[in-house]
Design a protein around this ligand. Structure first.
Ligand SMILES: Nc1ncnc2c1ncn2[C@@H]1O[C@H](COP(=O)(O)OP(=O)(O)OP(=O)(O)O)[C@@H](O)[C@H]1O
Ligand SMILES: [Mg+2]
Length: 340
């Protein structure tokens, strides 16, 4: 069903960001506003779920109002509302889901339930110059998840592998803390240190965990432990360790993604999630995709981390018709789980 000029208001509150956006036909961003309580998490060295939920409550109405104001649209011009139902922090999700339900009920507009991880993929569909050809092999690399899925079309996702322990983003963050680079959400800071490091030393070689296993799973907890052991030995600079760590994680991610794309005869490769902002990952996957004949799609930097823009887009392309009473937050929703 293609409904031209369909305006969807997306709401994203899965973690410590309160984001609302309006997207036309799933592909044109009309307005987008985001408030974040991340600063409070820096103070505490990590997210305190209750603080994040209370901040969501404080921000949600002003952010919805500001988004409508920015779009110059009235409530009545919105055709549907899309909301993240999971995965995420339960308190934060409840705020978004209940606000979306109230809005849907009061304005008599349908409500579409969106899986946050599927949302990450739609960062590739908004204001993009290239059309995505299916089947597409998708790597979602975020703070809490690392999944490979085969996307045969909209609403048609097959899980083919994922991390057995830590997510890639979590591994970046924990390693950044371990190396003294940044206490919280240090992925980007670690990457900056790595890219500025001019040293090289072939003796320093970190493991590429389960890179040659004959499945599409990942395991990163051992890599983190290996970094710790090397750091404690004090033989190499923390910059050099950061650089080799980034090489190791990127090599494993790209190797398995390309292998999966070949096995499943994918036409395209798509990246999604916060770690897809990583410069080295984008560089290596671009080289390998080109070499192996896959069309690569990477989200613009502003659509790698959490955003309501791609939640609205995912809502447009995956319109489920659930009754309001059946739409519930699900903190442990998996990437290929059906929303029910
Ligand atoms: N340039 C970068 N290099 C490596 N990691 C990065 C970079 N930029 C952001 N990250 C990491 O991305 C993660 C945040 O991504 P995202 O916002 O998608 O995760 P999340 O929403 O917390 O988790 P999920 O989407 O799994 O629920 C953090 O771990 C952060 O350190
Ligand atoms: Mg996310």
């Amino acid at each position: 069903m293609y409904n031209p000029n369909m305006l969807i208001l997306g709401i994203e509150t899965s973690c410590d960001e309160t984001a609302v956006a309006i997207v036309e036909d799933g592909i044109h961003e009309i307005a987008s506003v985001l408030a974040s309580s991340a600063d409070f998490s820096i103070e505490t060295g990590g997210i305190v779920p209750e603080v994040a939920a209370r901040k969501q409550l404080e921000f949600i109405i002003p952010v919805i109002s500001k988004t409508l104001e920015q779009s110059h649209l009235e409530n009545s011009q919105i055709d549907a509302i899309a909301v993240t139902v999971g995965p995420g922090l339960i308190g934060s999700l409840i705020v978004g889901v209940e606000s979306a339900k109230a809005l849907s009920f009061a304005c008599n507009k349908p409500l579409i339930a969106v899986n946050h991880l599927i949302g990450h993929i739609y960062g590739n569909f908004v204001d993009s110059k290239k059309a995505v050809e299916f089947p597409a092999l998708v790597l979602v690399v975020s703070g809490g998840h690392t999944d490979l899925v085969l996307m045969k079309g909209h609403g048609n996702f097959e899980y083919i592998g994922g991390t057995l322990d830590d997510a890639a983003g979590e591994t970046f963050d924990k390693t950044a803390r371990l190396l003294g680079i940044s206490p919280y959400y240090g992925g980007a800071a670690l990457s900056k240190v790595a890219s500025e490091c001019k040293e090289s030393n072939p003796i320093l070689k970190l493991p590429r965990p389960i890179m040659h296993s004959n499945n599409f799973d990942f395991s990163f907890s051992g890599l983190k432990t290996a970094v710790r052991t090397v750091a404690l030995a004090k033989k190499f600079s923390f910059e050099l360790i950061a650089k080799e760590f980034e090489e190791a994680i990127v090599e494993v991610l790209v190797f398995k993604t390309i292998k999966a794309a070949k096995k499943y005869d994918a036409k395209s490769i798509l990246l999604g999630g916060g770690v897809s902002a990583n410069r080295r990952l984008r560089e290596v996957i671009e080289q390998e995709s080109e070499k192996n004949g896959f069309n690569l799609h990477v989200p613009p930097l502003k659509l790698c981390a959490d955003s309501a823009v791609y939640i609205a887009s995912a809502g447009f392309f995956n319109q489920n018709k659930l009754e309001l009473k059946d739409i519930q937050p699900n903190p442990s929703l998996g990437i290929a789980d059906e929303i029910k």
